[in-house]
Write a protein that binds this ligand. Sequence first.
Ligand code: NAD
Length: 377
Amino acid sequence: MLLGVPKETHPGENRVPVTPESAKKLVRLGAEVQVEAGLGAGSGFEDAEYTEAGATVVADREKLLGEADVLLRLRKPAVEEIGLMKEGCVHISYLDPFNEHELVHAFRERKISAISMEMIPRTTRSQKMDALSSQANLAGYVMVIQAAAHLPRIFPMMMTPAGTLKPAKVFIIGAGVAGLQAIATAKRLGARVTAFDTRPVVAEQVRSLGGTFLEIDLGETGETAGGYAKELTPEQIEKQREAQKAVIAESDVVITTAQVFGRKPPVIVTRDMVEGMQPGSVVVDMAAETGGNVEGSVPNEVVQISGVTVIGKGNLPNHVCRDASVMYSNNLFNLVDDVWNEEESKLLIDLEHDMLSGCVITHGGEVVNETIKNLLA
Ligand code: NAD
């Protein structure tokens, strides 16, 4: 079975879906692996390393796309690329299927089995394939490093003959995978950390990392069966904003990571809250690209609001592209390995498989994922 890995084309994307190490493991599985020339350049992986791993390096992208039985990549393809792919092949990448309806239809029409990395079930068994988590983890780390780089103060307390410096105060809103890593990173740097999340179950996790959990009584919030936050009512959001105001005003750094799966992120830090912070303070909005948790944040830019630096940079894992590539590529390899049939030496799409039933979006000319099917109906 021929596995093809085309180069990422999104501007500035340096991550690589398959590292030479993963290519080697795929070859060991019995697959033939073709990678596009220059595939790993952005993350410092050279063509020669892929060749040494047993893969073939090809320069002709269209040929690679047209011949592969399975395409392994990071970002969703352009709709125009679908026509170049082999009918009935398997395509694995992030897909954004909630928003990319045209893409889903194009996959369906070409009878491609499209697997969405975002839709891998968040179960214990699928953890090793969970790219949302692996990349969010790194994003949490990167946000703290960016905040520290822009803050005109240091994070740890320092007692020196030249004076005593107080630790920076960091407030983290949203303590999922990214938020928890941000808490851990800020603590490691010596900051005093407070955090809030609408899922009460998170309070203990925040405390176990050495953070203080901000208690806000929002009434019933709970979480979905999948462990995701439920959307708050407008009244609850208002209550949350009010209760956070004082903590935000006295924080040196505010990091927001609040998401509600399949929805636009909630706006939880308003412009007047940013204006209420001390000049020189830093706000990092992880959701800037998808609508923003912070009023006034600008996607992919660093802006000043009343002397407060507001960071809205997107694609955060790309800032540590080498490690992000290693993690994503491990996720991808684990997925292929999990559904690889050794006897036939091929990847099998079985819709009864508990992991595949969640993340296969189209198969055999149909939209097979129930959530996306209902969305498109
Ligand atoms: P996410 O990216 O969907 O959301 C980030 C955080 O924002 C969540 O913790 C959410 O509760 C929080 N949030 C939403 N609205 C908020 C608001 N108004 N104010 C403050 N916080 C708000 O979350 P995620 O990081 O992808 O994790 C989602 C869940 O999935 C968590 O329970 C996590 O533990 C779980 N998970 C499980 C596994 C597994 O078992 N394999 C793997 C990864 C994540």
